[in-house]
Design a protein around this ligand. Structure first.
Ligand code: SF4
Length: 612
């Protein structure tokens, strides 16, 4: 969408010339901002959306005395925004002050507590500050204004600010907040604006207001799921047992036996022995004892948690988790589903947020929002889900030559639940091996779940050197991917919707082909059912599409997009599942790529590879 009403704008852009797609995008964003409107942008990899969005928003913000926030789901995605701002600052003398802010736990320089996890960390910090026992805090409190070196460190990224602060004996988080007060551009995490508790405290601390701010949401396709995850929690009998052990360790008189007893009573009453192992729980089913005197009980649990942490040097506390859960249980409404389930020998009570209304409402208070992603189609769905039906929208084509990619379909196999047999898995394994035999170079294979990945792997006759495993920690994943990127003729097996299929750049054409096995649809369960019903009511029978079909297909699209990251990159994408030929899936995916149905796809891939 090009906005013809926007006059020529002298955009602040860090390079000599913007690409034509960037120019269009800057005009589109500027045009929306000029009308005080938000904008939804679908821009595939290569359009240069970080540069274009920052330049357009900053140009408008400087002219109209507004602030800009650039928000990402992960800390690791801040770096590119820092680079753009660094470039702009060195090219123009536009008085822009920016700061890269991450959560307090990642900025804590106090070795006494900075390895603590979750609530235990926040409570410990609060106590240390209150009792004036954190020297780092005291030193930063006394500092009226961070000096030039700290200011420069803040603009080099949060890691630099952390080390500079540590060397100077000041709290990096407090310094970043002081710098943010002076800044007109803040790079931060989704949680800073999507978690309603954090948002209010954060904005107050940095003395900024939403109404005077433009918010850029990077990777915006996942906003409502991420916001919902902040508002969801659960309590298991295992956690209660761990918390009881913590109480024993500090010789506390608190007895949590009643919680286990109430949970098992709920499960006995609601979960049918021959059913799916889970059941909805209504407000009236919840025993009064679970929600009586909540504040008093939670205070006692938190005190005990702190005693446990201080006495045992533990890094986390289940007592803290139980306090959080009980608070949520005493205040949930009909935008949550409460579900009791049996797992192994345990019982779990979960509170799942079906739609994060509060977080979404707060977005509307901003001057305007720029929602952007490489997979923000259908735009109409995202606009409706976030309640911005009157926003502007724009979608840009893939900026690379079309002939650099072929998308093919193998409709002889499927990972549909009813088709999951050893024969089917063997057939998929043989087909992957046949494709790899024709390809000299790395091929990444993405599966809908670890279960399917492992089932296919068992039948592979060919060596698979790189395999993502469910229990891998992020450092192990990083190490594996580093080795994969350095290799040149291997298979990678990973899951869709994971850290190897989204938000990761396989640059320099290190992947020659991608095989998408199955559709990563969520396993039907009560939570999904509740979500579908809630969205059906809210958006007129679109629950199945919005909560189930589209999110599943989008994970496949994200994974399929990993191979082509630059103009010179060439790759084939093979979709292995007959359901990709069904119109309901095909119509969703056709916005992104045209899949050719060719039974002789092996020859097509061979020919395509020969031309490389
Ligand atoms: S005030 Fe800062 S340095 Fe001190 S404990 Fe809290 S986050 Fe850590």
């Amino acid at each position: 969408m090009h906005n013809p009403k926007v006059p020529t704008v002298d955009f602040k852009f860090r390079f000599a010339k913007a690409r034509s797609s960037q120019e269009r995008m800057m005009l589109d964003i500027y045009g929306a901002l000029a009308q005080g409107k938000s904008i939804f942008i679908n821009a595939p990899t290569g359009v240069g959306k970080t540069d274009a969005s920052i330049s357009a928003c900053l140009t408008y913000a400087v002219e109209h005395d507004l602030d800009v926030f650039f928000l990402t789901p992960k800390n690791s995605q801040h770096r590119i925004a820092v680079e753009v701002l660094k470039g702009l600052r060195s090219k123009f003398s536009m008085g822009v002050k920016y700061i890269d802010v991450v959560g307090k736990r990642n900025m804590c320089v106090n070795p006494e507590i900075n390895l603590l996890e979750g609530e235990a960390f926040y409570k410990s910090c609060e106590q240390l500050v209150k009792n004036r026992r954190c020297s780092f805090y005291e030193n930063s409190r006394d500092m009226e204004k961070p000096d030039f070196a700290l200011e420069e460190a803040g603009m080099s990224g949060h890691n630099k600010l952390f080390s500079e602060s540590f060397d100077r004996g000041v709290c990096a988080y407090e310094i970043s907040a002081k710098l943010a007060r002076e800044a007109n551009f803040v790079i931060a995490d989704y949680a800073h604006m999507l978690n309603p508790f954090i948002m209010k405290a954060f904005l107050k601390k940095i003395e900024h207001s939403l109404k005077d701010s433009i918010i850029i949401w990077d990777e915006a396709h996942n906003i409502s799921n991420i916001a919902a995850s902040y508002m969801s929690t659960s309590l298991s009998t295992q956690a209660i047992q761990r918390a009881s052990e913590e109480l024993t360790a500090i010789r506390s008189g608190i007895d949590l036996g009643y919680l286990e007893y109430l949970l098992s009573g709920l499960a006995d009453a609601k979960v049918k022995v021959d059913g799916p192992g889970e059941a909805f729980v209504e407000k009236k089913d919840i025993p009064g004892m679970l929600t009586t005197n909540t504040e008093e009980v939670c205070d006692q649990l938190e005190k005990a948690a702190m005693e446990y942490i201080n006495n045992t040097e533990a890094k986390r506390s289940s007592l803290m988790h139980i306090a959080r859960f009980l608070r949520a249980l005493s205040s949930f409404d009909d935008s949550n589903a409460v579900i009791v389930s049996r797992y192994g020998k345990g019982i779990k009570l979960s509170i799942s947020c079906l739609y994060p209304s509060e977080a979404i409402e707060s977005m509307k208070q901003a001057y305007a929002n720029v929602f952007m992603s490489g997979t923000l189609l259908p735009l109409k769905m995202h606009m409706e889900m976030l309640g911005f039906q009157d926003a502007h929208s724009a979608s840009y084509p893939m900026p690379y030559p079309k002939e650099n990619r072929i998308c093919l379909l193998d409709k002889e196999v499927s990972t549909k639940y009813t088709s999951r047999t050893p024969d089917q898995f063997r057939s998929i394994a043989d087909r992957i091996a046949s494709v790899k035999d024709r390809v000299s170079g790395n091929v990444a294979v993405f599966f809908p779940s670890f279960g399917v990945l492992n089932s296919v792997r068992r039948h592979m006759q060919r060596q698979v050197r790189f395999i993502q495993r469910e229990e891998m920690r992020s450092l192990q994943v990083e190490q594996m991917i580093k080795e994969f990127k350095e290799s040149d003729d291997n298979l990678l097996f990973a899951v869709m919707g994971g850290s190897l299929s989204e938000g990761i750049d396989y640059a320099n054409n290190i992947i020659k082909g991608i095989i998408i096995v199955g559709i990563p649809l969520e396993r039907p369960n009560l939570e999904l059912q509740a979500k579908v019903e809630y969205l059906n009511k809210k958006f007129g029978m679109k629950g199945n599409e919005y909560a189930y079909l589209i999110p599943g297909v989008m994970k496949a699209v994200q994974a399929a997009g990993r191979a082509i990251r630059g103009e010179e990159d060439r790759a084939f994408i093979l979709f292995m599942d007959k359901r990709y030929s069904w119109s309901m899936y095909r119509s969703i995916i056709s916005d992104f790529m045209k899949i050719e149905d060719d039974s002789d796809y092996i020859s097509r891939i061979s020919k395509f590879m020969e031309r490389s």
